[in-house]
Design a protein around this ligand. Structure first.
Ligand code: ZN
Length: 422
């Protein structure tokens, strides 16, 4: 042991350390220098090499901070008024009314509330779909790492030029407010809410600005009916959006026709997909954010997760916003997915606990283009960490984490604690 403590280092030790890229370490430790992890290993070995301030969690599991790649933080307060479960069509109409009466200030307060909840659940990084840009400002001052996708809706080509100018201006302004934890990206809302012409221009803007894009896709049967056949309840309301789009393509094939399926693309939902869609998603190497609790609450069906994974589609788990789920906890999302796997073994695979956890750590980070920096505990990565404490002794840390919904004891981003419940 060194005589003097090494300056600028922090040591975290815990009963279990879960690097996620290697097996769990019993009595493990992580060494942090500034905002980075510099070593991960057995406490005994780490203690021989490093001497510094030590934070001990003898009853805890220490893991990479959870990544929630799809939220709508501005909708946090809608949880109190919106009915769930209900059908997607009715839900959407209620959402349109709520969103129209929301002010920027309301959205800002709602976002701050949602951010507070995520820190408690061990979330350190979020993929946020921001309608008003309010959540961008809330996240900017939150200590969380984030990719903010600015929502874009354009129902008529006559409005496209003005709306695209506004979007480009928002990007410019946001760039001036960036910090090292914040990334900006574009969110063309869905294939039925953006005209093909405007959609292509958003893709072009994203390419020029080197931004990722996020799109809601193939969520409800009504969406598929509208895009593929121009039929169903949405025909009169949204049919004109697709005036210049070909008939006969599924939502996924239509997005491919637009050029939207790229490795930098994150598609949310993908429930209404057939075998050809699944093959295309795998071929294009796009990311899919699966939100099983939201899908159940809006009665849109079950995503064929088993087929997707066997075809090689890249899938992560996300909670979606509080207008359609009961919590922003990725661990709650996994528990629900495990229940689905028990109830629907033909559609849903029984994955090992560490596979589920990859979907809210490393895979979720990759879906946001951040897996080089976060998502696992490896030397050189950012010190984004979540710690969960248990009263009973823990024999299997993966099982313990997934056995019950729980709040984190501490959450750290870039070497700084952003939440502590000691
Ligand atoms: Zn969404």
């Amino acid at each position: 042991m060194h005589e003097e403590k090494q300056k600028g280092l922090t040591l975290l030790m815990a009963r279990w350390v879960l690097p996620m890229t290697s097996p769990p370490i019993r009595d493990g430790a992580v060494v942090i220098e500034g905002d980075r992890i510099i070593a991960v290993g057995k406490w005994k070995e780490i203690a021989r090499e490093f001497s510094a301030e030590v934070w001990e969690f003898p009853d805890g599991i220490l893991m990479p901070g959870l990544v929630n790649p799809h939220t709508h933080l501005e909708n946090t307060n809608f949880a109190e008024t919106i009915k769930r479960p209900q059908t997607f069509n009715k839900w959407l109409l209620q959402m349109v009314r709520l969103v129209r009466s929301q002010t920027f200030e309301d959205a800002l307060r709602a976002s701050e509330k949602g951010i507070g909840q995520m820190k408690k659940f061990g979330v350190t990084c979020v993929g946020e779909f921001s309608r008003l840009g309010a959540s961008f400002h809330a996240l900017r001052n939150s200590g969380l790492r984030a990719v903010v996708f600015k929502e874009f809706i354009c129902l008529r080509d006559e409005d496209a030029e003005r709306q695209l100018d506004e979007l480009a201006q928002w990007l410019e302004d946001a760039k001036g407010l960036m910090n090292t934890l914040l990334n900006i990206a574009l969110g063309p809302h869905a294939p039925y809410t953006v005209t093909p012409n405007a959609f292509r221009q958003v893709i072009g803007l994203a390419q020029r600005e080197n931004c990722r894009i996020c799109v809601h896709a193939a969520e409800s049967p009504s969406e598929r009916k509208l895009i593929e056949q121009r039929k169903g309840v949405w025909r009169w309301w949204l049919g004109s959006v697709l005036r210049d789009a070909p008939i006969g393509l599924s939502p996924i094939r239509y997005l491919d026709w637009l050029g939207a399926l790229q490795p930098q693309t994150l598609l949310v939902h993908c429930v209404q997909v057939d075998e050809n869609d699944i093959a295309l998603l795998a071929e294009r190497q796009v990311w899919v954010a699966h939100c099983p609790r939201s899908n159940a609450n809006l009665k849109v069906g079950l995503m064929p997760l088993g087929k997707m994974l066997s075809a090689g589609v890249k899938v992560c788990l996300a909670t979606d916003g509080l207008a359609s789920v009961d919590s922003l906890s990725p661990l709650d999302e996994i528990q629900f997915a495990i229940k689905l796997a028990q109830e629907h073994p033909k559609l849903y695979p029984a994955l090992l606990p560490n596979h589920w956890l990859w979907m809210v750590t490393l895979n979720a980070a990759a879906s946001l283009g951040l897996d080089r920096f976060v998502g696992s505990l490896d030397a050189g990565k950012q010190a984004d960490i979540a710690i969960f404490r248990f009263s009973a002794s823990i024999d299997d840390p993966y099982d313990a984490l997934l056995s019950e919904g729980r709040e984190a004891t501490a959450t750290m981003v870039a070497g700084e604690f952003i939440y502590q419940r000691m």
